[in-house]
Ligand binder design. Structure first.
Ligand code: TYD
Length: 195
């Protein structure tokens, strides 16, 4: 599959703060590197850091900063259906043992909504709603990416030992998939056919 649009910059949600932050909650917001700001330095606080929540990106996908219960015995994060994420969870699946260089996804869904978490390690998610593309870097288990219906997604750059945990709004249904990118585009941009 080759996307027709240029590759978007990666939105890196870097762990510039410790897992058990001592600062106020707003100081713990995901860091979003906007186009042209891609960080070339290791993560760390700098006066030029710009922090922002992403309420909704240009594709309709958004990062959710999940609750964290910090504990010296180990931290805990939870997801509550129809609260933390805007749908009832009917299915959970996970990708693991992904060989280096492999990519997953490469499809869109007619109705399915999903919520993606890097439960271990890191990976990148390219999303495309037919009009815009965005690329998210997930590397902390307390950030999740909400993907609405009708968004093409590709997941790649898996780190060794990573686990991609996905919560889905419906049971598996092959009929819900667009596996052909052109077919997806025709459905996502029906106006183009009339033009
Ligand atoms: P698929 O969604 O195509 O994964 P990817 O896009 O990451 O390659 O699923 C791969 C296979 O696994 C496909 O044959 C269907 C099967 N599958 C299930 O049986 N149940 C599920 O919940 C999922 C996600 C996939």
């Amino acid at each position: 599959m080759s996307l027709t649009q240029p590759q978007p910059p990666v939105q890196r949600l870097e762990a510039a703060v410790p897992v058990a932050p001592s600062g106020p909650p707003e100081d713990d917001a995901p860091l979003v590197v906007r186009p042209g700001e891609r960080r070339r330095q290791p993560a760390g606080r700098r006066s030029s850091d710009r922090r922002s929540y992403v309420p909704s990106g240009r594709t309709g996908c958004r990062i959710v900063d999940l609750p964290r219960v910090n504990d010296p015995r180990g931290n805990l994060t939870f997801v509550e259906a129809e609260d933390t994420i805007p749908f009832a969870i009917e299915r959970v699946y996970y990708l693991y043992d992904v060989p280096g260089g492999e990519s997953r996804g490469g499809h869109a869904h007619r109705e399915l909504e999903q919520f993606v978490i890097a439960a271990a390690g890191s990976f990148e998610v390219l999303v495309d709603n037919g009009e815009h593309t965005e690329r998210f870097f997930l590397n902390r288990s307390y950030y999740g990416l909400y993907i609405p219906r009708m968004v093409w997604r590709e997941i790649d750059e898996f780190s060794s030992g990573s686990v991609c945990l996905v919560m889905a709004s419906h049971h598996y249904d092959e009929a819900d998939y667009y596996r052909d990118y052109d077919e997806f585009l025709a459905a996502a941009r029906p106006g183009d056919r009339a033009a």
